[in-house]
Ligand binder design. Sequence first.
Ligand SMILES: [Zn+2]
Length: 280
Amino acid sequence: MLSSFLLLCLPLIFLGPTSAQPSPPIIDLHFHFNGGWDIDAFVKQMDALGVAKAGNAPWGAPDALALEWARKYPDRFIPFAGKEAIRGFIRSDGERTWTLQAPAVVAYLQQLEAALKAGEFKGIGEIKTYPGPRFPADSPLMQRLWSLSAAYRVPLSIHMDARDEPVAEMERLLASDRQGTLIWAHAGGAGPALVRRLMQAHPNLHADLSGRLPAVVRIREWKVLLEEFPDRFFIGTDVFTLAEFIDTISSWRKILDQLPPATARKLAHENAEKLLNPAR
Ligand SMILES: [Zn+2]
């Protein structure tokens, strides 16, 4: 009697507490590394939320911070380069940065190419072309970054609000080399009709949906668009505090639950995995 009781209990004893993580796993492609955060504690929080990976560029810190996090947890963090460096060159050298006349940006681009060649960075960006100091999305600087995207098969993340002129520049950049891959951060704040037109015209255009939760939740046409282009969107958080991170991921889980499971999996992690591991 005692032995059969023990047999019944065995599975419970050896399984211990259940550690099921929320599903599907999420890859956050608009995550800014924050020098003030405790990396180990953050990884535990990611585990609790079912966030498999997170990445893009550091916020207010050099590219090296992204590498530091990625070295500590190579399977969890995706380092991008260029965000604060390019901003800094624009602040000091202005237009000479985006026309590639300033020696500092030229030297930086050489370093960036060497780091991409060595496989240190998995993407370029988030490069802000509008608003802020507005500069053309097809300027010599952006063309150079685009050629690096194509040559090293890494995405270029651009923050550019959807206005006629910048969109025309972005379209020229997209068409100039179909091997380049663009992630339009926040889908440019654009409405579904414009995003649809651009995605139809440009197979190498992708978008992260950070900052777009209210629209995606409320506007039915957004869900239709996600179904029309299930391979082209990513989840992003783009937040500055841990509380906002937890809140944003929880909101995304609610949206994923409303989507057909195959689309939810693509949006949550499969599209990002494909983008970060392109077939060579
Ligand atoms: Zn951002």
